[in-house]
Design a protein around this ligand. Structure first.
Ligand code: NAP
Length: 241
């Protein structure tokens, strides 16, 4: 096992919690970042430790420019350099375009796109020095095609996919890979308000599970995925087929 650890932003719930558990299952010590859900993050850490893994809960708002250094410095003390970065923290503030005010625009872009970019910028040099690194950005099918009522969210996720491709090309020679995972409709708090209508747009006729997304992240984080970089893996039950 390599000397280092994984950081999962928004690891307290949903896809992030499943991803933290999956990476810990592969032997990575994991930083479980949360924003407001301290109890939930501690629960994830407890589950990982009960299964024999190592984890620590770390508070931090990814939209705050000071957060990347705080998280990576704290993790270096605990477990060594971050060699697997999963940019999972994300929010939505849905409305049709005339109703998206500057605040709703900025909140979604700052959290989903700028927060992820700043973490990548901070994490990438130690990865290059280690000649190993895995960055996995949780995008969305909405970054690949339109979805009425989500101009801010779609822009953040399309931007994240563009950052993925570009940084992948920049760091490939140092054996660092950068990929995105684009879920469709996954059962979490984020999609709790979506009804049966949403399922009709899914050829598989069901929502995905956080664990099904986490399994894809686990693969992209693995040694075996060394030749996969700059890509976006859709996990959407066929929505974009
Ligand atoms: P979720 O259940 O709502 O969980 C969101 C997570 O993000 C929570 O752990 C939350 O932490 C954290 N978070 C939110 N704002 C944060 C901030 N400013 N700083 C740090 N952490 C923050 O969401 P989810 O459905 O698992 O979604 C995870 C990712 O997948 C998101 O990027 C989302 O856009 C993407 N995605 C989800 C779906 C889906 O169908 N669910 C589809 C496509 C893409 P606290 O609880 O501590 O506040």
């Amino acid at each position: 096992m390599r000397e280092g650890c994984a950081l999962v932003t928004g690891g307290s719930r949903g896809i992030g919690a499943a991803t933290a558990r999956a990476l810990a299952g592969e032997g990575w010590p994991v930083g479980v970042n949360y924003h407001s859900g301290e109890d939930a993050a501690n629960e994830v850490v407890g589950e990982i430790e009960a299964a024999g893994g190592k984890a620590v809960a770390l508070q931090g708002d990814v939209a705050d420019p000071a957060t990347p250094d705080a998280l990576l410095s704290a993790l270096k003390e605990h477990f060594g350099p971050v060699l697997v970065l999963v940019n999972n923290a994300g929010v939505a503030a849905d409305a049709l375009t005339p109703q998206i005010d500057d605040e709703a625009w900025a909140k979604v872009i700052d959290t989903n796109l700028s927060g992820a970019f700043r973490l990548i910028r901070r994490a990438i040099s130690p990865m290059m020095r280690a000649r190993f690194g895995r960055v996995i950005n949780i995008a969305s099918v909405v970054g690949l095609r339109g979805n009425p009522g989500q101009a801010n969210y779609a822009a953040s996720k399309a931007g994240l996919i563009a950052v993925t491709r570009t940084v992948a090309a920049e760091v490939a020679r140092r054996k660092v890979t950068v990929n995105a995972v684009a879920p469709g409709f996954v059962s979490t708090d984020l999609t709790a308000d979506l009804g049966d209508e949403a399922i009709k747009a899914v050829p598989l006729r069901r929502a995905g599970t956080p664990e099904e997304v986490a399994a894809c992240v686990r693969f992209l984080a693995s040694e075996e995925a060394a030749y996969v970089t700059g890509t976006t893996l859709t996990v959407d039950g066929g929505m974009t087929a």
